[in-house]
Design a protein around this ligand. Structure first.
Ligand code: PXG
Length: 457
């Protein structure tokens, strides 16, 4: 059967249940209610097999930044498929799309980056970083410097090394992670704290937990610190302004490499090309994936600073690492077309001065709803938290599943967002118009009212 074979929704659901294991899914509960089958998409809307039109408030999975149905991305892929559908970058070969993309990435990235290493996903890219960081310190004659510090509730991917870097306890529990040499400190989550400190004081304290960890492990043993500029899958945790400058100061003080995982924040989501630009950090590595191709094809990679790349090149010999699809030509061709599109349509600037502030103001106003305890949004990356009472703040019992209930009602009302516990997260495509932003907010309010009725019924 062809991939786009037309069947009934029920037939697809049946085949899906019988043959398909899904990512991050409790299959027993899925099989009771069956999957939602998404069949097509256009602009900021996805359509399911019943023909329902749903505003995609998550850009797929934080990636379809340029929106759906962009013909030039389709054309770039088609032309490259005809010209050279595959070749590798191993064994002293390269091809124009990987070379052109590497040099284009240098133009839009901070000045310390001249070089990239390609992978197929964000997870693979973070695995690459673990290996590169440790190789760097070996080459620097400090092989004892192998420990990487990360944060609880971080998400850095799902492979063994990337999930170890992540701080998701259920993932660790399921497979004996983390691997040795990866340790975690608390995330800078002010709203989730007892709020006895001001956000600024809290941000400093959260950063200094890294310094405490460095001293606990031993400064000479710490290789790197990794963080998402704003934690995404963990619930859009926007750190207080004091946090990142202090993290940078600590990394500088101990000579520790700073890794900015830009898989979500890269390519404009915060109204700057990268989260490091937004927060003013000077990372030694940046991880990218998702938005580099607006999700049209899988591609990931690592920006490697001159500090590291020069050592790898000058002293390293062969770096025994790479993937069949490192720099896949079709994915690279789409990435080039996607970056050009973002540049030509000024989408990053648009987030900074137009649609970002427009949506942020309305998002903040959601805080007036009786169920909304906190709202936060930077660029087009936001969250609000559903609470039982606001003064004092009391949360719903976890078992009540208020967040998931909201998500399910919202999709009935025609908008897709994600629930992380009772935190609702939103990251719409960059092309969101003002009227689509109004629709997103209006439907959110309707759904909050519906949720309130069900919770108090
Ligand atoms: N780093 C970050 C910051 C991510 O958000 C990855 C790495 C891994 O990328 P790949 O391409 O290997 O998936 C991610 C991925 C969610 C969700 O539910 C988020 C991601 C992936 C799957 C689900 O929010 N982010």
């Amino acid at each position: 059967m062809a991939a786009n074979e037309k069947r009934s929704r029920e037939a697809w659901q049946e085949l899906d249940k019988d043959h398909h294991l899904h990512p991050f899914t409790d299959h027993k509960s899925l099989h009771k209610k069956r999957s939602r089958i998404i069949t097509r998409a256009e602009g900021v809307y996805i359509y399911d097999a019943d023909g329902s039109k749903i505003l995609d408030g998550m850009s797929g999975l934080w990636c379809v930044n340029a929106g759906y149905g962009r013909q030039e991305l389709v054309d770039a892929a088609t032309e490259q498929l005809k010209e050279l559908p595959y070749y590798n970058n191993f064994f002293q070969c390269a091809h124009p799309p990987s070379i052109e993309l590497a040099s284009l990435l240098q133009e839009i990235s901070p000045p310390q980056f001249k070089r990239v290493f390609f992978a197929g996903s964000g997870s693979e890219s973070n695995d690459t970083i673990v290996r590169m960081v440790r190789t760097y310190w070996d080459l620097m004659g400090q092989p004892e410097r192998h420990t990487i510090i990360s944060r609880h509730n971080a998400y850095h991917g799902s492979t063994v090394a990337a999930a170890s870097l992540g701080g998701m306890k259920p993932m660790h529990r399921q497979s004996g992670l983390p691997i040795p040499g990866i340790v975690h400190v608390d995330q800078p989550y002010w709203f989730g704290s007892d709020r006895s400190l001001s956000p600024e004081e809290f941000g400093l304290a959260a950063a200094r937990a890294i310094e405490d960890k460095i001293n606990e492990v031993g400064a000479g043993k710490v290789a790197a610190f990794i963080g998402e500029p704003i934690q995404g899958a963990g619930g859009v945790i926007v750190p207080p302004d004091s946090y990142w400058p202090e993290v940078q100061r600590i990394c500088d003080k101990y000579g520790i490499l700073l890794i900015s995982d830009e898989v979500i924040t890269g390519f404009g989501r915060l109204g700057e090309w990268f989260g490091a630009d937004y927060f003013g950090t000077r990372p030694d590595f940046m991880t990218f994936a998702k938005g580099v191709t607006s999700g049209y094809l899988p591609l990931g990679g690592v920006f490697v600073s001159d500090r590291v790349a020069d050592v790898l090149i000058e002293k390293g010999g062969e770096f025994f690492h790479g993937y069949t699809y490192s720099g896949h030509p079709v994915a690279c061709a789409v990435a080039i077309a996607n970056i050009r599109l973002i540049q030509r349509e000024n989408l990053v600037e648009r987030i900074k001065i137009d649609i970002g502030p427009y949506l942020q103001e309305k998002w903040r106003a959601l805080g007036e709803h009786a169920l909304v305890g906190d709202t936060r949004m930077v660029g087009l990356m936001g969250a609000f938290e559903i609470v039982r009472s606001k003064d004092p703040i009391e949360r719903f019992d976890e078992k009540q599943g208020a967040g998931v209930a909201f998500r399910d009602l919202l999709i009935e009302d025609g908008v897709c967002m994600r629930a992380v516990g009772d935190t609702i997260i939103c990251a719409p495509p960059f092309i969101l118009s003002h009227s689509e932003a109004d629709e997103l907010i209006d439907k959110t309010i309707v759904t909050l009212d519906r949720l309130q009725k069900t919770l108090t019924a």
